[in-house]
Design a protein around this ligand. Structure first.
Ligand code: GDP
Length: 195
């Protein structure tokens, strides 16, 4: 996929704030700090369009990025902040529920996990939730540069088992650092968008 154009369009906490411009959307879900923004930046070959690291505010919203004037990446607010209050947690749940239940443009979710770690209970819940809703989900195991390539299969197996993935479902190893997996991710996104 050739990225001709990528621009940040909107941040939203409710559906009134979603961009009106219709077009297919691919959302990214994952724990805070897992590397979603870095994956987006690598994908579109920009250093810092999606906010990385600690950017207060934007991290608790849905962030829309318009790609090639055709489709959107939607960076969903990260889950698993140990310290958030009940209020924040319930606001997060409502934002996610509203998006998943109303957004007809949604084509698929890329669930981003850290290749080094067994997925958390929240990762498992997210996977089960998406499957129940019949939303296609691609699992990307990022930070693959932190582990020797020969070890990848071992780690991917732990992730697949923990997320209870069906046998046919592949996990895509990825690294925003080295660019590993980038071509495969481009291909996967192309496929999602052409269905
Ligand atoms: P987000 O909160 O999920 O958007 O996470 P970020 O993209 O901001 O990444 C969190 C931290 O992990 C940052 O310090 C990144 O530099 C680092 N990071 C993200 N992806 C990778 C990767 O593929 N490899 C390595 N080594 N570090 C990464």
């Amino acid at each position: 996929m050739i990225i001709r154009k990528a621009e940040y369009t909107a941040s939203a906490v409710n559906r009134q704030q979603y961009p009106e411009n219709s077009g297919p959307e691919i959302a990214l879900a994952g724990r805070s700090n897992v590397g979603k923004s870095s994956l987006i930046n690598k994908f579109i070959n920009r250093k810092n369009l999606a906010r990385t690291g600690n950017t207060p505010g934007k991290t608790q919203m849905l962030n829309f990025y318009h790609i090639n004037d055709e489709w959107f990446f939607v960076d969903l607010p990260g889950y698993g902040y140990a310290k958030v209050s009940k209020d924040v947690h319930s606001r997060w749940g409502k934002m996610m529920e509203e998006y998943f239940s109303t957004r007809e443009n949604l084509r698929a979710v890329i669930q981003v996990v850290d290749i080094r770690h067994k997925p958390s209970a929240e990762d498992q819940e997210m996977q089960a939730f998406l499957r129940t809703r019949g939303i296609p989900v691609l699992v990307a195991a990022t930070k693959a540069d932190k582990i020797a390539r020969g070890q990848w299969p071992k780690y991917l197996k732990v992730i697949a088992e923990s997320l209870n993935l069906p046998d046919w479902q592949m996990i895509l190893p990825f690294s925003a650092e080295s660019g590993n997996g980038l071509d495969d991710l481009h291909k996967a996104v192309e496929e999602i968008l052409t269905v």
